[in-house]
Design a protein around this ligand. Structure first.
Ligand code: SF4
Length: 352
């Protein structure tokens, strides 16, 4: 049956069909749902989590042959990289990408590296890629003495890198890189911004020689949507509230907040807040709404309404379509040599 036929089915019919396929496959099937997914998808997920936790959950499951990754493309790729032998990974909507991950492609990163080599700087640099990046970028880091990091272990990845060499080349999220460098005490003049659209990244040789952290010019539009006005407004509206944000937010917003951390950190913050208190959260709206429902004794509110349209793409109809057509549609594949090299960089992260 074609995808269009599922899109015209009513919700109850889709639910019944998804539940049937889950029953039929039993433990051979594992559905993973990222925290930012729609509730109708989360309802059928065997695990919820951030991208790395889900990829690990898939690989840790000895019975699962078919992993259905409800998230965006780079996440499903990470799941393929970490998968056990014989496991296959599928996406309900393989067109769900991540604009942040797409802001650095392998050709651009290789060009940048060649420019850094030409400038005589590459020998002193460890490349770090945020997990929100393509498998090819992870492989690049594996091949060039680098590492992968998540938003929860970026500071440890910085320490690891600087124990090896003098400088870090961080991609593709400028803001996570800058916020992490701030936490580690780096000064403004120790950071430069590498714009892949400009010659030599738009960085002059003197600034490059002095820099300790080279930040790729990339951002997550969902998190950079938040601004200082939002923080000010929240503090006026909810006196005494705590404002907590994701480190993909801008430096100004992170500095104006009470705390900043990964999705798992934000979730824990909401869970551990005192009953009756107000927590204002700056991250994807579907997650904030879910946290509000899961913590009814606290007032959990969004800093502003910011939705990830790519995460929102995956619907119950897409999930039903991929399940009823297993294993014929939407398989995510990564070339074996990329998997091998990417695993090296992921393994380094796991050993942090
Ligand atoms: Fe990418 Fe941002 Fe959406 Fe996450 S929230 S998938 S980083 S665009």
């Amino acid at each position: 049956m074609k995808l269009e036929s599922y899109q015209s089915m009513d919700r109850e019919e889709l639910k019944r069909r998804v539940a049937n396929v889950k029953r039929e496959y039993g433990k051979r099937l594992l559905i993973l749902g990222h925290y930012y997914q729609q509730d109708e998808v989360i309802e059928f997920s065997d695990h919820q989590g951030d991208s790395f936790a889900l990829a690990k959950a898939g690989a840790a499951n000895k019975d699962a042959e078919y992993i259905i990754f409800c998230g965006v493309h780079f996440m499903a790729e990470s799941s393929v990289i970490l998968a056990r032998k014989g496991q296959r990974v599928f996406m309900p909507d393989p067109d769900a990408g991540c604009p942040l991950a797409d802001m650095a492609n392998i050709e651009q990163v290789e060009d940048a590296w060649a420019a850094l080599e030409k400038a005589g700087a590459a020998k002193d640099i460890v490349p770090i890629t945020y997990i929100n990046s393509s498998a090819e970028l992870k492989a690049f880091c594996g091949k060039n003495g680098g590492i992968v990091c998540t938003s929860s272990n970026a500071a440890n990845a910085f320490d690891w890198a600087l124990s090896k060499k003098k400088k870090i080349f961080f991609f593709p999220d400028e803001h996570l890189g800058r916020n992490t460098a701030n936490v580690k005490g780096f000064k403004k003049n120790e950071m430069v911004l590498w714009d892949p659209l400009e010659e030599n990244g738009g960085v002059n040789p003197k600034a490059l020689a002095e820099a300790k952290i080279i930040l790729w010019k990339g951002h997550c539009h969902v998190h950079t949507y938040f601004n200082l006005e939002h923080v000010k407004h929240a503090r006026e509206k909810y006196p005494g509230c705590k404002v907590v944000v994701h480190p993909e937010c801008s430096e100004e917003v992170v500095k104006a907040s009470d705390a900043s951390g990964s999705t798992s950190f934000l979730k824990k913050f909401a869970e551990e807040a005192k009953a009756g208190s107000t927590v204002v959260i700056g991250t994807e709206i579907n997650l904030v709404h879910r946290l509000a429902r899961e913590n009814p004794t606290k007032n959990i509110v969004p800093l502003a309404r910011s939705l990830c349209p790519n995460m929102f793409k995956t619907s119950l109809a897409d999930l039903c379509y991929v399940l009823e057509n297993l294993p014929e549609v939407n398989e995510i594949e990564v070339a074996a040599y990329i998997i091998d090299e990417a695993k090296v960089a992921l393994q380094r992260m796991l050993e942090l």
